[in-house]
Design a protein around this ligand. Structure first.
Ligand code: TYM
Length: 328
């Protein structure tokens, strides 16, 4: 069975971008692949986190994954820091990564700008840790949003570099990016991706937003002065709303355009908001229910870490042998 690896950081409230671009695809893929899905807490601390909040969000993210349909019986669902092999392989891969290539990563440059008072080594090392995550499990595919493509490409380069220096060790992974869903944009500035950390509260729809908030945010979404509901490069706001609608409704772009033909922007935005709120309501209720059962969540995460540890240890032992670390 092919292997799938992906992760989300517990660094803020998840947005519908994270859901559409990542978590929802995980659910689709979990029956066909051997899946490892992680809560990337080690990545999260590359920007400052409040420790108590980080702990709370980690458990909340586990509940949310399951509420979205991730089935811990079908995949290894675990917390990254529970498997120390991630940090260990990251160290080895650091010795194969050039400072120049790490400093050229788009996300590193963006985050350095946004967190100018905390441009730490971890921030630069972020994609190398991500490569370690992926390569440890010999993943074939990595389902991510478009913003992570460059990082998966670095993982491919590092796998090939290691293999050519030390002999065949890592599988070379492929990013899995679904067109139309891979980049959900800000509702206030459709040239930017929707982000957990946007300062404008109307820019992002969070999975935790209640129905009224969701509808209000969609009503305020930036559109244009034209009154045509169509996917068009000249109409990024409308195209983004249509992408969101298709993703949540499960329809094609032409079906969506057909059903909104002749409708005004106000009614269109309301319909998108209602569709999103309808899908999120049962997920939110299930997340709350799961959070009441912290012991069950803890045992799911422990079992996931054990399963992940077994797979990771196999790769790491091989890597240690290949690089020449002595062991009796
Ligand atoms: P994070 O938490 O920033 O994002 C989690 C996932 O959500 C996708 N995403 C989006 N997709 C569509 N539209 C958006 N507006 C949007 N915003 C975010 C991201 O592409 C990502 O797939 N570095 C990863 C976490 C990670 C990881 C890994 C992923 C750590 N190790 C190994 C894959 C493999 C990240 O971006 O997290």
């Amino acid at each position: 069975m092919s292997i799938m690896y992906s992760a989300v950081q517990p660094s803020g409230n998840l947005t519908i971008g994270n859901y559409i671009g990542a978590v929802r695809n995980w659910v689709r893929l979990q029956s066909e692949y051997d899946c490892f899905y992680a809560i990337a807490d080690m990545h999260a601390i590359t920007v400052r986190q409040d420790p108590a909040e980080l702990r709370r969000r980690t458990l909340e993210l586990a509940a949310l994954y399951i509420a979205c349909g991730v089935d811990p019986e079908k995949c290894a669902l675990y917390v990254q820091s529970h498997v120390s092999a991630h940090a260990e392989l990251c160290w080895i891969l650091n010795t194969l990564t050039y400072v120049g290539e790490a400093s050229r990563m788009t996300q590193f440059k963006d985050k350095s700008r946004n967190h100018a008072d905390n441009v730490n080594m971890g921030l630069m090392d972020y994609p190398v840790l991500m490569a370690a995550d992926i390569l440890l499990y010999q993943a074939d595919h990595v389902p991510v949003g478009a913003d992570q493509k460059q990082h998966v490409e670095l993982a491919r380069d590092l796998a090939e570099r290691f293999n050519s220096r030390y002999g065949e060790t890592f599988k070379v992974p492929q990013p899995l990016i679904v067109q139309g869903e891979a980049r959900i944009c800000s509702l206030q500035d459709p040239s930017k991706k929707m982000s957990k950390s946007d300062e404008n509260p109307n820019a992002s729809v969070f999975l935790s937003d209640d129905r009224d908030t969701i509808i209000r945010k969609f009503k305020r979404a930036v559109t244009d002065s034209d009154n045509r509901i169509a996917a068009d490069a000249e109409k990024p706001g409308i195209t983004n709303l249509l992408n969101i609608y298709c993703a949540f409704k499960g329809c094609t772009m032409s079906e969506a355009e057909g059903s909104f033909a002749g409708m005004g922007y106000g009614d269109f935005k309301l319909a998108v908001g209602e569709t999103v709120a309808d899908v999120l309501a049962p997920i939110q209720a299930e997340k709350q229910r799961l959070l009441q059962e912290k012991d069950v969540l803890a045992s799911v995460l422990n079992a996931g870490a054990e399963r992940a540890f077994k797979a990771a240890r196999k790769t790491l032992s091989k890597v240690y042998r290949k690089v020449g670390f002595w062991r009796e």
